[in-house]
Design a protein around this ligand. Structure first.
Ligand code: SAM
Length: 231
């Protein structure tokens, strides 16, 4: 019998945010592919899971495909996890899944945390239609072009951004979107979790956050979306 590839969602920060089924799968597979073995070891040790771990990240994903297909052919099952949340969502794994399916093996996704969805449901912005943008290009001109392309989009917009670019990001967003409703979801599920629910500001440093450190999801209201959403 062929093995199976499981895509397993793991916590965003709070190690308690893992499902019983995710733990069951991680305990049952022959090996686990993860972005950073040292990082994932902490989670696995918390739940006393001892499995061979190997790295799969943006720079070696293509190289990992053939040996993984070999293992599946031998009847071995594998799990793919990422550093946080759902694998493949702004994380590696797409090329692997594509190759595994093309080779005729089974893939199963085990649901769990995802920063975009957690931020959206806690945001207070319309949830009926949303567009996950993910990370924008780091260079200002390219990022601005993407903002402009999204200006008339009638859905809640969800962005990921790294902490050292967040203020610049917000400043540029203001120059394109004006004072649109903004939600910042910072350090979700962690000790210093904080939500800012307000509007884009010309000077982002005036936004009253306790701190600018940590991880962020940025959400903007969609164009003309002040109607109450239908469920
Ligand atoms: N696969 C992950 C998921 O399911 O959300 C996303 C991985 S992506 C490399 C990392 C980005 O997700 C961060 O830069 C940040 O934008 C967002 N993120 C991850 N954890 C977060 C948290 N605890 N609070 C706020 N944003 C978070």
């Amino acid at each position: 019998m062929n093995g199976k590839l499981y895509l397993v969602a793991t916590p965003l920060g709070n190690l308690k945010d893992i499902t019983l089924r995710a733990l069951e799968v991680l305990k049952s597979v022959d090996s686990i592919a993860c972005e950073d073995t040292r990082h994932s070891l902490k989670l696995l040790q918390t739940y006393e899971i001892q499995k061979p771990l190997f790295s799969l990240h943006d720079h070696n994903e293509t190289k990992r495909v053939a040996p993984i297909l070999e293992r599946l052919k031998e009847g071995k099952s594998l799990a793919l996890i990422s550093d946080a949340g759902t694998p493949l969502i702004s994380d590696p794994g797409y090329r692997l899944v594509e190759a595994v399916l093309a080779a005729g093996f089974e893939v199963e996704a085990i649901p769990g945390p995802c920063a975009a969805i957690n931020a959206l449901v806690g945001s207070g912005l319309p949830t009926d239609k949303f567009y996950f943008v993910g990370f924008l290009p780091p260079k200002s001109a390219a990022r601005r072009r993407r903002f402009e392309a999204l200006l008339d989009f009638p859905s809640t917009l969800i962005f990921y951004e790294s902490p050292h670019r967040i203020q610049k990001f917000l400043e540029e967003a203001h120059s394109v979107f004006g004072s649109r409703r903004l939600v910042l979801a910072r350090e979700m599920t962690k000790k210093f979790e904080e939500f800012y629910r307000g509007r884009l500001q010309p000077k982002p440093e005036t936004i009253p956050l306790r701190s600018w450190k940590g991880e962020y999801v940025v959400l903007l209201e969609g164009a003309n979306s002040s109607d109450i959403p239908s469920t």
